[in-house]
Design a protein around this ligand. Structure first.
Ligand code: HSE
Length: 462
């Protein structure tokens, strides 16, 4: 970092960490401060950041007094044409050298994955450099180690882009809502699955057809497992739980179910009953045990009332619904993926970290405790259950008595179809998950139950 008052020479040649401080603020007569940025990775997000910095730098400089320079970029291959308007000598394949370069003020990590990202981020933090990362996998698995390294070094570790792309969520939870006793955060944090479910719901297409469409549009990967089985949303849920409740929650703590077994008829039944099916990441504070907070954190398809604000989040959009105390309910909505939206969040963090560095400040996520994670069996929820049954006298009575034996109270029931096509659709009152599972287990052993169709939790009713 340098200013007109204290210019530094770069040993790296022109365009690489060079410190040519600009004077652009003609109103106050103050000079801008050059911040040299080391970018690790130049894929969708990294490349979009380079473009955004070029597009916006003049305005950012005018508003903040910061002249942000992408001074070095670490990539796998320097030969690849990335279509970026930047001096080719900025690129290197040596990521460690970018982090170690004394002329680099701030490090931005967009490599993804655990290693070498973890080692590079730790090295940067320990050497006193603020880090901005978009890496949900890294934070969901090694967040505590990184937050601690940042706090020890007194530098920023900012990660707005790691959860829900462009949507400001981490900063509102860390700052604006820090005094709020947050009860629950529920989010649609995976755009691919929201796109698939929206297609199924609005066009009546099968899961397979909607997935193929998502793949053709580039939302879903060729191997869609991480999105459709809830791993991506699970990593984001762990980060949200950590920040919302100040507890060390890791990806392995998150219970997750994906959407691959949701059928068009589940969605149709949901709609007829006044619900919409969404893949939700849910984290809530559910109590205290021996002085430790008990936190539930899970990802699963859920039926939410059509009137709930999250129900209107369509296509590949994300949204996060926060249930606070004094603040009441809030919803944050926007683009959760894509190069430019995600780079926008990185850019905001970059400006924030650079500003803090100039002022000698750093943010902190505060002290993290280890919460007790509520087992999924202890969840209390209403449930939607879909059973394929034989259509004979006494079947409903037998089925209903098994619900009663397990203390699961039925709120509504309807039969759909007749004969070989007969199904019973139940919505239960609030029940404990272990009792619902025991009910389904016993129902599955009845000759009159041909197949247990689906089980979905009903969420968000007031
Ligand atoms: N694949 C994710 C989504 C974006 O579909 O939302 C990256 O987390």
């Amino acid at each position: 970092m340098c200013s007109d008052a204290a210019p530094q020479a770069s040993a790296n040649g022109p365009g690489i960490g060079a410190c040519r401080c600009l004077r652009s603020d003609t109103v106050t007569g103050m000079s801008n401060t050059t911040i040299s940025v080391g970018l690790l990775g130049c894929g969708n997000v990294g490349g979009a950041l380079v473009t955004l910095v070029a597009e916006q730098n003049e305005e950012v400089a005018a508003r903040t007094g910061l002249d942000l320079r992408i001074a070095r970029i670490a990539v796998h291959s320097t030969a690849k044409d990335r279509g970026l308007d930047i001096d080719p000598s900025v690129f290197t394949t040596d990521a460690a050298a970018v982090v170690d370069d004394p002329s680099i003020d701030v490090v931005v990590e967009t490599i993804g994955g655990i290693e070498p990202a973890r080692e590079l981020v730790l090295t940067a933090l320990r050497s006193g450099k603020p880090v901005i990362t978009a890496n949900k996998e890294l934070l969901a698995n090694h967040g505590a180690e990184l937050y601690e390294a940042a706090a020890d070094a007194g530098v920023d570790l900012l990660f707005e882009a790691a959860v829900a792309g462009a949507i400001p969520l981490m900063r509102p939870l860390r700052e604006s809502l820090i005094g709020e006793p947050i009860g629950r955060v529920m989010g649609i944090v995976n755009g691919t699955t929201n796109y698939i479910l929206s297609q199924m719901s609005e066009h009546g297409v099968s899961y397979e057809a909607a997935l193929a469409e998502a793949q053709s549009l580039g939302y879903a990967e060729r191997d869609p497992t991480a999105d459709v089985e809830g791993y991506d949303a699970g990593a984001k849920a762990a980060i949200i739980a950590t920040i919302a409740f100040g507890g060390r929650v890791v990806a392995g703590d998150v219970y997750h179910e994906g959407i691959s077994s949701i059928t068009a008829s589940d969605i149709n039944f949901a709609s007829r009953l006044g619900f919409v099916v969404k893949l939700l990441a849910i984290t809530e504070r559910v109590g205290e045990q021996n002085g430790q907070p008990v936190v539930a954190v899970r990802v699963h398809p859920a039926m939410i009332p059509a009137s709930h604000p999250l129900a209107s989040v369509r296509d590949s959009f994300n949204a996060v619904f926060v249930e606070g105390g004094a603040a009441g309910e809030l919803m944050l909505y926007g683009r959760g993926a894509g190069g430019r939206p995600t780079a926008s969040a990185v850019f905001g963090d970059l400006i924030d970290a650079a500003t803090n560095k100039v002022r000698g400040h750093a943010g902190s996520i505060g002290t993290l405790v280890k919460p007790v994670i509520q087992p999924i069996d202890d969840l209390v929820s209403a449930y939607y259950l879909n059973l394929e049954v034989t259509d004979e006298p006494g079947v409903l009575a037998t089925v209903a008595s098994i619900f009663g034996d397990h203390k699961v109270s039925i709120r509504s029931m309807e039969q759909e179809g007749m004969g070989d096509q007969a199904r019973l659709i139940f919505i239960t009152h609030q029940a404990r998950e272990r009792d619902v599972r025991a009910t389904l287990h016993e129902l599955g052993s009845l000759d009159s139950v041909r197949r247990i169709g689906s089980m979905m939790r009903v969420v968000g009713e007031s």
